[in-house]
Design a protein around this ligand. Structure first.
Ligand SMILES: [Zn+2]
Length: 71
């Protein structure tokens, strides 16, 4: 299915070792939450995770509405 490939790619990006690599990069301490929001290596997988979650909810909602209309 098309969606399963899309979400598999997102999962590989979110859980890639580069998303958790430390130390020695960024301007903030890795122990602070701001580090994960201000460095591109962490912010991109986080953004992908948030966007894919929104996509899953949107697709599920759309599917449920279509099912209710067909009854
Ligand atoms: Zn880091």
């Amino acid at each position: 299915m098309m969606y399963s490939r899309f979400f598999a790619i997102i999962a590989f990006a979110v859980f890639a070792p580069q998303a958790f690599a430390h130390p020695g990069h960024g301007n903030t301490d890795a122990k602070e939450a701001a580090h994960y929001l201000t460095t591109l290596e962490h912010a991109m997988p986080l953004a992908l995770m948030v966007l894919s979650t929104i996509a899953v909810v949107w697709i599920a909602t759309k599917s449920l509405k279509a099912q209710r209309r067909s009854w």
